[in-house]
Design a protein around this ligand. Structure first.
Ligand SMILES: C[S@@+](CC[C@H](N)C(=O)[O-])C[C@H]1O[C@@H](n2cnc3c(N)ncnc32)[C@H](O)[C@@H]1O
Length: 396
């Protein structure tokens, strides 16, 4: 019986391979003349000689693959590229496609070269196609971003032109914060710089002009402004106060406006709770040459009002300008009344009655029989937004 080798096919029995022996003949002596051996005498142990091995490899797909792999690995090591285009593809085997730095070229045959060129041409075409697709995508994304940004800018401009809340948010939060960060100083410091640089020392009008120019052209700020400033001037002249009181100094714009109209023996007390604003106001008032007439009191209006008599020798006030936070207008008016600072003829003037508005104050003074009210329609400082001032004369 011949054993079957799964790879090599039929293999002869060992004894059948010995010269002169046959598996069918038990005795050597009885053996007939030796016939040609069933297998080659050169392979007495069933080890296939090269030709057999080649045949066996051709017949067995497993061996073929192994051999291909071995050839591929050797070629990769030596040449840096696969030995044969028919061999296993490196990507299939998880092997590198090229050994970097290998200087030897793989053996080339005309057929292999032709295939290689064709496959290279196909690869280049695919690459070009991918490049074009990528360019298309990038262009589409860039155009979309550009159009989106443009639409956003247009929407922002329309919003800023038509909505006062958006404008204030843009001015006070976005622009101001960015400018403060970039310049490392506050808007109020920039106003002071502008006044120091441009105004004429000792000339209140030049200081007011300078602040108005800066705030209408460069950065919006919450001064009463030039338009409502004219109303303020008229009411101050009408009141002709000896003692004037202001809630909310900021950088001293309205304080300068009021104080420049005061008679020689009169004075203005102005209350500001922000120490930075108070200090800048002091410098600007100094430039305007009105430090003698104006006293800046640092603190909250609700805390300062009860101390006015004892600390600042105020008995009655002739004129009060309310221009601090709007929710304080009504309670501070009531406090003034309760502390007995109002006399017959005392004039209260309140700013920003429409924007941002002080509805509880307006309701209070208009409904209170002791106040005689007049409304002065106007516009928000440095803007075309409707606003108004309210004058309330205390009738006792
Ligand atoms: C609109 S600004 C004043 C503008 C100033 N009257 C002018 O026209 O130049 C309001 C100021 O009031 C201050 N303020 C707000 N509430 C206050 C309060 N309860 N007591 C004192 N100051 C206050 C703010 O810090 C701010 O500087």
């Amino acid at each position: 019986m011949q054993r079957r080798n799964p790879r090599l096919g039929r293999l002869p029995r060992l004894d059948s391979c010995l010269p002169g022996s046959s598996p069918l003949q038990p005795s050597f002596a009885e053996a007939p003349a030796p016939s040609p051996p069933a297998c080659d005498p050169r392979r007495p142990w069933g080890i296939p000689v090269p030709e057999d091995r080649a045949r066996a490899v051709r017949q067995s797909p497993g061996l073929r693959r192994k051999r291909g792999l071995a050839r591929h690995s050797a070629a990769m090591l030596l040449y840096g590229s696969p030995a044969s285009p028919r061999g296993p593809r490196p990507s299939d085997q998880g092997l590198p496609a090229r050994v970097p730095g290998c200087l030897l070229a793989p053996p080339q045959t005309p057929r292999r070269r032709g295939r290689r060129r064709r496959s290279q041409a196909g690869g280049a075409e695919k690459g070009r196609l991918r490049c074009r697709m990528l360019e298309g995508w990038i262009l589409t994304i860039l155009v979309s971003v550009g159009v989106g940004s443009l639409l956003f800018m247009v929407a922002l401009v329309i919003l800023l032109r038509n909505n006062i809340h958006a404008t204030m948010f843009w001015n006070e939060i976005v622009l101001e914060k960015i400018t403060n960060f970039v310049m490392d100083q506050s808007k109020e410091q920039r106003i002071l710089n502008s006044v120091s640089y441009n105004a004429v020392k000792g000339d209140p009008e030049s200081v007011l002009d300078c602040i108005d120019n800066y705030c209408s052209q460069k950065e919006w700020a919450m001064n009463v402004g030039d338009e409502k400033g004219v109303i303020l001037d008229k009411v101050v002249e009408e009141a002709d106060p000896t003692i004037a009181l202001e809630f909310g100094t900021y950088v001293g714009y309205s304080a300068i406006r009021i104080a420049r109209l005061l008679k020689p023996n009169a004075r203005l007390l102005t209350i500001e709770f922000n120490p930075e604003f108070a200090s800048i106001a002091r410098e600007i008032i100094e430039i305007a040459g009105l430090s003698e007439k104006i006293t800046i009191i640092e603190g909250h209006s609700q805390d300062i009002i009860p101390q006015l008599r004892e600390k600042y020798q105020v008995d009655k006030v002739d004129f009060v300008f309310l221009d601090h936070w709007k929710e304080r207008y009504c309670p501070d008016t009531i406090l003034l009344e309760e502390c007995g600072y109002l006399k017959k003829g005392s004039i209260l003037l309140a700013d920003n009655i429409v924007y941002p508005g002080a509805p509880d104050f307006v309701k209070y003074i208009r409904s209170h029989k002791s106040f005689d009210c007049t409304n002065y329609p106007s516009h928000l400082e440095y803007m075309k937004v409707e606003d108004a001032m309210e004058k309330a004369v205390y009738m006792g």
